[in-house]
Design a protein. Structure first.
Length: 894
């Protein structure tokens, strides 16, 4: 069907819909049943069976399985079956960890699916894009990603970037008129909008003509779906580290086998012991545990209202040294109320709070009737006409649908008894020039009943006054010279000093058809009408968050499109601006290069009256100074800065799809304090990863060393292969996972941000791994030697004691790993998961030692009660021996 050649009404008829009312929910439901969801089909994912078998493709595991098979053939059935069972269990553990990681990554993707505005049963509503059906009427505006293929039926300065489909990165201006038959390529269809493309300017309405795989995007979906495996820098580094560790573990294992054989052990025993040792000491699960702990951290962040879109952001969060944040809505509540108005030299105040449209107007504390004050009445009426906000009453609560700034103007007009419906009886709107943060204004062209045209503009006062040539003064307008402009600027500053956000209203008669004029010509030579000043109170939690960030070595910078003075007053209130800090405005930035800015940028704490384009420059200057920058944004033009920042942050409520897609973190509540929580969580996740790396590697070092030392001392094997494998399964599995769930240490937000290039083993972690590992190996060997020499005839008993000591030493050491400082600096029972993991592992060890049916499988014998004193005493030694020495370095670490 060539919808682009048809008139919009014919399209609506053809698709059995109504442009004014949309579809009925009943029709929508039946269409959904019949035609399915508006989704692109995903490619087949890796099957579960494959995922399970992948757990065994590791080279050493394959050798172990081969060796086990061999021992089975040689008649060692119990050993063979037990080893098989443990390897399979290990496989299951890896399988479940990977499944969990995959699932939570998938859930994350789901969370970021866009919502769209759709007209159903005559009402506009927000729905997930997936629920759209053919015939639905959709509304879209600058920053939206188009949710389905559409025939456009209304377009106001609409431009759509279609590079995803056509490769053309310059946005296409869109219109509504039918096209001649010659136009056929996607790029030529100026009255169509396609799924997956981006609205870069203006707004419009369209009738859905195709959904899901039937859209132009659906037809090429297979081509663009890439089986992208997202891997974070830390994961990459750990993979590299893993390779080194594998080599080291293998070399050491070969050494153990070699020394063992040289000291008279038989080759077959040493081979099996060696392979088991290699399997146990290779930290093959490390990357998966990292993924699991990253994605679990990400889920904790969701509870705190921060959605991580890119896993790598979790790591970078912990390194952030500067947060550049928008003011309006992020640091303030975005619940605006007009409190002051100024026109023709007179100031009025308005009573009332929030969006409740009830209040009175006062001039010099005297009640006034707005209808009787010409300028005031005009100021309020024009503020209402040049405005898209709608008031919705829900359960006795007044809610604004639309921009809060416009909402405030709407409420102020309603307080004076004005309604848009009533005003629209006298005027028709001919054209609109939507608001954008660069021009900082919005204009409409209206026609009255006498066919006279006017431009009405609202916008930033300091911008509008420069574009005005006259000012309204009661009944007439008078020309505006520089002195008078200065006087108005002073009025603007008086309002700004009260922390008010100010909007100016201006207008002019228009004698030509606006279609023939450029936006630039329309938006100049105004008659300045007046000002409306609105309060936008700071969010109470932001002040505390700014302070906490400062203590954590993170500086907060306010970047706002708002007036310099308003910004400064609010920044001071929030503790961002101090006497020594600087304020820079957009105009100054225009005259600077990145290098100029770099010279002063560290002294600036407020950037005001800036355009989104300036944000990129600020990010670059800060990055050149070596900072790791978090930058917030919500509009289309913010996207480049969000992308270049180390952590791009977008707003969940007010943010556009474009900004969200460019960002790595989305704030569900648009709140600055959430950034702080995310940084705290980011730091914690990284610390937890360090914790279990420390635990796993120290355990492995201990396991290898006890074997190596025993071989060097010509002792018998202190552990049999199945015991080594058991240690790997039980102690390395659950306790390591539980460390990944640990709560942050108290001083996590009192430390300086981590250097992004910092290695995994920085801050003495390498030393801790080797020293603890060494001690674990040594105490296990001591326990073995003591018991072995007491009765050399009973080797299994000595091996069981060594086994118990090794396990106990690891299970005590795990508590030490919870802190950067010392085991004594935290409540050892603060992590419930860890406590249960340790209790479970301990119980399993007791079972293996005492349950008669398990004894032959694990080559264990019951240990006499008194020997437990020896085991516990020795196994606690590595942790407590070093607790003191670490205390000494505590200050050093912070
Ligand atoms: P922030 O960047 O902190 O979110 P902001 O909302 O003030 O601050 P912009 O949205 O870029 O930043 O707005 C810049 C200025 O444009 C505002 O200070 C205001 O004077 C004016 N303005 C804001 N919204 C509108 C609007 N809907 N119509 C006309 N002018 C507006």
């Amino acid at each position: 069907m060539k919808f682009h050649e048809m008139h919009e009404n014919d399209v609506a008829n053809q698709l059995k819909t109504n442009i004014e009312h949309g579809l009925s929910s009943k029709v929508v439901q039946s269409k959904q049943k019949q035609f399915g969801w508006n989704e692109l089909e995903e490619r087949e994912k890796q099957s579960l069976l494959l995922l399970f078998f992948n757990q065994f493709k590791d080279f050493m595991v394959l050798i172990l399985l081969a060796a086990t098979l061999l021992s089975g053939l040689l008649g060692e059935y119990i050993d063979a079956i037990a080893i098989m069972a443990i390897v399979t269990l290990n496989g299951f553990l890896g399988f479940f960890q990977e499944r969990r990681a995959e699932k939570s990554l998938h859930a994350l993707k789901q969370l970021s699916t866009p919502q769209i505005s759709v007209l159903r049963d005559g009402k506009w509503m927000k729905k997930p894009a997936k629920e759209v059906v053919v015939g639905d009427i959709l509304k879209f505006s600058s920053g939206d990603r188009i949710g389905a293929d559409m025939r456009i039926v209304a377009a106001h300065n609409l431009e759509i970037e279609e590079s995803a489909l056509t490769g053309e990165s310059v946005p296409t201006p869109k219109k509504t008129e039918p096209l001649p038959p010659a136009k056929n390529s996607l790029g030529d269809l100026e009255n169509m909008a396609f799924m997956g493309t981006m609205v870069t300017r203006g707004h419009g309405v369209g009738i859905v003509t195709a959904i899901g795989m039937k859209t132009a995007m659906g037809q090429i979906a297979d081509m663009i779906q890439s089986a992208e495996v997202i891997i974070t820098p830390l994961q990459r580094r750990l993979e590299q580290l893993g390779k080194i560790l594998i080599t080291v573990a293998l070399l050491l294992t070969i050494l153990v086998v070699f020394v063992g054989v040289a000291h008279g052990h038989d080759l077959y025993t040493m081979f099996l012991a060696g392979v088991s040792l290699a399997v146990a000491s290779i930290p093959e699960g490390l990357p998966t545990i990292v993924t699991v702990s990253l994605s679990l951290g990400v889920q904790r962040m969701i509870k705190q209202k921060a959605i991580v879109r890119k896993l790598s952001a979790v790591e970078t969060l912990g390194c952030a040294s500067i947060i550049c944040s928008d003011k309006t809505g992020t640091m303030t509540q975005n619940k605006m109320t007009v409190t002051h108005l100024w026109s023709a030299g007179k100031t009025w105040t308005v009573s009332g709070t929030g969006y409740v449209p009830e209040g009175s107007f006062y001039h010099q504390e005297q009640l006034v009737v707005p209808q009787q004050q010409k300028c005031l009445h005009q100021l309020l009426s024009f503020g209402l006409l040049c405005n898209h906000a709608e008031m919705i009453k829900k359960d006795k609560e007044f809610i604004i649908d639309g921009d809060p700034t416009e909402g405030a103007l709407l409420v102020a007009a309603m307080k004076a008894g004005l309604t848009r419906k009533q005003l629209m009886q006298d005027y028709t709107i001919e054209k609109e020039y939507p608001f954008d943060s660069k021009r900082k204004m919005m204009s409409i062209v209206i026609k009255d009943k006498q066919q006279r045209r006017f431009v009405i503009t609202k916008g930033a006062p300091d911008v509008l006054i420069q574009r005005s040539k006259a000012i309204q003064w009661d009944k007439e307008s008078r020309s505006l010279d520089d002195k008078e402009k200065q006087a108005v600027l002073t009025e603007i500053e008086i309002l700004a000093e009260k922390a008010l956000r100010t909007i100016a209203i201006a207008y002019k008669p228009l004698h030509e058809d606006p279609k023939k004029l450029s936006e630039e010509v329309i938006e100049k030579n105004f008659i300045f009408l007046g000002l409306q000043g609105m309060i936008d109170p700071p969010r109470p939690e932001v002040k505390v968050a700014v302070k906490e960030c400062r203590e954590a070595g993170i500086k907060t910078i306010m970047i706002t499109g708002d007036h310099v003075v308003t910004a400064k007053v609010i920044a001071r209130e929030l503790g961002i601006f101090h006497n020594k800090s600087m304020v820079l405005d957009g105009q100054s930035l225009d005259g600077m290069t990145v290098e100029d800015l770099q010279a002063v940028v560290e002294d600036v704490s407020v950037f005001a009256r800036v355009s989104p384009e300036h944000k990129l420059m600020i990010v670059k200057a800060l990055q050149k100074k070596g900072h790791i920058v978090a930058m917030t944004g919500d509009g289309v033009n913010d996207a480049p800065a969000i992308k270049s920042a180390d952590i791009g942050i977008s707003m969940g409520i007010t943010g556009t799809d474009v900004a969200k897609e460019a960002s790595s973190l989305v704030l569900l509540d648009d709140n600055f304090a959430t950034i702080k929580s995310a940084i705290k969580e980011g730091r914690n996740i990284y610390e937890n990863i360090r914790k279990f790396i420390r635990y796993l590697l120290a355990s492995n070092v201990g396991e290898i060393l006890v074997m190596l030392f025993a071989m060097l001392l010509s002792l018998p094997l202190p552990l049999v292969p199945i015991q080594i494998l058991w240690v790997n399964l039980v102690t390395d599995g659950l306790p390591a996972m539980a460390l990944g769930l640990d709560k942050p240490e108290e001083d996590v937000m009192k430390r300086k941000p981590r250097h992004p290039k910092e290695g995994v083993f920085a801050r003495r972690l390498g030393w801790k791994v080797i020293s603890r590992g060494f001690l674990i190996g040594v105490v296990t060997l001591i326990a073995f030697i003591i018991v072995y020499y007491r009765n050399p005839a009973d080797l299994p008993y000595a091996q069981t004691v060594a086994f118990a000591t090794l396990v106990a030493a690891q299970l005590i050491h795990v508590f030490d790993c919870r802190s950067e400082h010392s085991v004594l600096s935290r409540n050892p029972f603060g992590n419930q998961y860890l406590l249960w993991a340790v209790i479970f592992s301990f119980a399993m060890m007791i079972a293996v030692i005492y349950v008669p049916v398990l004894q032959p499988i694990f080559h264990t014998v019951s240990i006499a009660k008194l020997d437990w004193l020896l085991i516990i005493g020795l196994s606690a030694l590595p942790t407590f021996l070093l607790a003191g020495s670490i205390f000494a370095t505590k200050k050093h670490n912070i």
